[in-house]
Each structure stands twice: as structure tokens, then as C-alpha cells.
Design a protein around this ligand. Structure first.
Ligand code: NDP
Length: 328
């Protein structure tokens, strides 16, 4: 088997030199172990944080060891009860073609019509992040105006659709006309191209002249500042991520931070793991919408294990529309 490992820790945007494709031994299975041929690998922005040697909500990746991340695949060989060749499974031993480990590392995918890779996107971690971030963290309600950044991405595209299904008015921002067209196609009432000429604040003001009740932050920086400037009294911010700063060494600067005080804003950070105990709720509602054909699942696919570091790096320059995936 082959796996990508982290060769050195990047400062700024990771380059090809920080990754190495290495052979890993295919040892015979021990009792209780399963061997899986991965079919889809996920690359996610949070992996950038794990490349730094700092304490966080997930431990850093070790140097010169296989990287990990979400993946789905098919069981090839099993010495564990409950798993048989042909079973489709979800697990965290990604960045490699073949994953071997104890049965507890693997979760069987439900039978049904959903394509396997949806469990890495809309019906998986990013979808859960959108669902609970919007509805539980920000407590967004029908009739309210929601602003979401990176709205053409995995989490953002789910936020747009959930908010519309729940009767909210939605403004999404994304980089470029094509992505904005997609955001509108997903149901958003307005889409802002943050890369086009003009200030983000004036664009947001034009899209939501009454201000916003909820901001779902995927980006941070200027997006966060614009949301602060346009927030109505008692608005709630679901602080999901700040991708703008993941490769930056600059301090975050906000001109409108004092509005948190004056407008009595609530900014609440969250990690999707906080909601894993409510997965059944998520699967019932999102799974129901998906089965009823009410959800779109945009995705960008790169082919082959070799493409994994590039696919990951492209997240930071908007190279993906919808969920970024590697197909093996
Ligand atoms: P996306 O699919 O949204 O991919 C990242 C997107 O971010 C890019 O396509 C790009 O879109 C945008 N982007 C990248 N750099 C910048 C920049 N400098 N300024 C503005 N936009 C930028 O990724 P995910 O949906 O997986 O993740 C979205 C956010 O959610 C991230 O911040 C991530 O860390 C966070 N997250 C948090 C979780 C939690 O538990 N709190 C769980 C999962 C994700 P564009 O072309 O529009 O610029």
C-alpha cells in the first residue's frame, strides 16, 4: 500500500515539498482487524491546522507518518466480526490507498441510494457542520436573514440549502461569477462575488439592506468584519472557520469589533464533534431531504492518490466548487 506522509511542517501555504508518498507494508491481518481499499479520500481545510505543531482540538500530524483524514472504501479482507468483504465503510485512515486497522476504526455505510462519497460531504462531516452550526449554534429561524461565506464550498453549499429549506433569506459569498451562479442555483436570494471590484461591506449592504440576523463564518478576516458591520441587534455568529488566516502569519484585524458590544452580538465557536452525539437527528432530516431529491451536492473530483496534496492545497485558492474529493 502507499500513503502520503508529512515530510516537514509548512509555514504558510504547504508546497509539494512538504509531502512524501511512501510505501507501507501490507502485514497479515491480526484478529479483529479489517483491510479496506479506499475509493474516495476527503481533503479538508482543518488538516492545515494539524500540520502545525501546536495544541488544538485535534492533535498535530506526526512527521514521517501517514497522514489521516476522512475516507470511504470497500472491505477487502476481514478478521473482525461484523465486517465482510464487499462492505462499504467510512473511516479516518485517508491519504492512502489501502487502510488496515482494528474494526472500531470503521463504520459501515447505510444501505440505500446515496453515492458513497456523499458521506464525506453533504451527508458526512461537512453537512453536519452546516446543519448544527446553523440551527443549533446560531439558532437561525425562519424569516431571518443569514449570511454565509465560502458559500460554494462543502459546508457553505449545505448551509445555503438548509437555510432555504427552513424558510430563511440567504446571502452567500464566493469567489468568482461561476461560483456565485452556483450559490444562486442552490437557492440563495443573493450571491456576492468577494473577488469582484468594490468593498465587501458595500456589497453585503446592497444584498441585505435590512442587515443580517445570522452570520455563518467560514472565512474570517474581511468577511467577518463586513458581517459585524451589517449585523442587526442580537445577531448570532456561528464561528465555524477562518480559512483566510490558515496560511497567514498576520494578526487578525477587525475595524468593526466594537459592534459586538453595541449590537449585543453573540459569537459562538463550535467544533462539529460537539454534535456527534446528535448524528441520528442529522441523518433523519438531511437524509430525508437528500432521499426526496431536495439537496444538491456539488463536488470537485481529482483522480488518483498522487493528486491528494494538490487537491488539499487547492482548497486555499478556491480550486474546488462544492466538496473537494480524491477518487482512487
Ligand atoms: P470549502 O469546500 O469551503 O473549501 C474552502 C473554500 O474556502 C475555497 O473553495 C474558497 O472558496 C474559500 N477560500 C479559501 N481561501 C480563502 C480566502 N483567503 N478568502 C476567502 N475565501 C477563501 O471547505 P469546507 O467546506 O470543508 O470548510 C469551510 C470552512 O469550515 C473552513 O473554514 C473549515 O475550516 C471550516 N470547518 C469547520 C468545522 C468545525 O467543526 N468548526 C468542520 C468543517 C469545516 P472561494 O473560491 O469562494 O474563495
Amino acid at each position: 500500500a502507499r500513503a502520503w506522509s508529512l515530510k516537514s511542517r509548512p509555514a504558510g501555504l504547504p508546497g509539494p515539498e512538504h509531502f512524501e508518498l511512501v510505501d507501507i507494508a501490507d502485514a497479515p491481518l491480526a484478529d479483529g482487524e479489517v483491510r479496506v481499499r479506499n475509493s474516495w479520500l476527503s481533503v479538508d481545510p482543518y488538516m492545515r491546522g494539524r500540520m502545525n505543531d501546536v495544541k488544538s482540538y485535534v492533535p498535530p500530524f506526526n512527521l514521517n507518518e501517514p497522514l489521516g483524514g476522512g475516507a470511504v472504501g470497500v472491505v477487502e479482507e476481514s478478521r473482525a466480526e461484523g465486517f465482510a468483504p464487499g462492505d462499504r465503510v467510512l473511516h479516518m485512515l485517508g491519504w492512502r490507498d489501502v487502510a488496515t486497522g482494528p474494526a472500531k476504526e470503521f463504520t459501515k455505510l447505510p444501505a440505500g441510494g446515496a453515492p458513497d462519497q456523499l458521506f464525506l460531504g453533504l451527508l458526512g462531516m461537512p453537512g453536519m457542520t452546516a446543519y448544527f452550526g446553523l440551527l443549533s449554534v446560531a439558532e437561525a429561524k425562519a424569516g431571518e436573514t443569514v449570511f454565509v461565506s465560502a458559500a460554494a464550498g462543502a459546508v457553505g453549499s449545505a448551509v445555503v440549502q438548509i437555510a432555504k429549506l427552513k424558510g430563511m433569506t440567504v446571502v452567500g459569498s464566493a469567489g468568482g461569477a461561476d461560483k456565485c451562479a452556483l450559490v444562486r442555483d442552490l437557492g440563495a436570494d443573493a450571491a456576492i462575488d468577494y473577488k469582484a471590484e468594490g468593498s465587501l461591506i458595500s456589497k453585503l449592504n446592497a444584498a441585505a439592506p435590512q442587515g443580517i440576523d445570522v452570520y455563518f463564518d467560514n472565512v474570517g478576516g474581511d468577511h467577518l468584519d463586513a458581517a459585524l458591520a451589517l449585523a442587526r441587534d442580537n445577531a448570532r455568529f456561528a464561528m465555524c472557520g477562518m480559512i483566510e488566516s490558515y496560511n497567514s502569519l498576520e494578526p487578525l484585524s477587525l475595524r468593526y469589533a466594537m459592534r459586538i458590544v453595541g449590537a449585543r452580538l453573540r459569537l459562538q465557536g463550535f467544533i462539529v464533534m460537539d454534535f456527534f452525539h446528535r448524528m441520528a437527528e442529522f441523518h433523519a432530516e438531511m437524509g430525508g431531504w437528500a432521499a426526496a431529491g431536495k439537496l444538491k451536492s456539488p463536488e470537485t473530483v481529482r483522480d488518483g492518490l498522487e493528486a491528494t496534496p494538490d487537491a488539499f492545497r487547492a482548497l486555499f485558492s478556491g480550486g474546488n466548487t462544492g466538496k473537494m474529493l480524491v477518487r482512487l
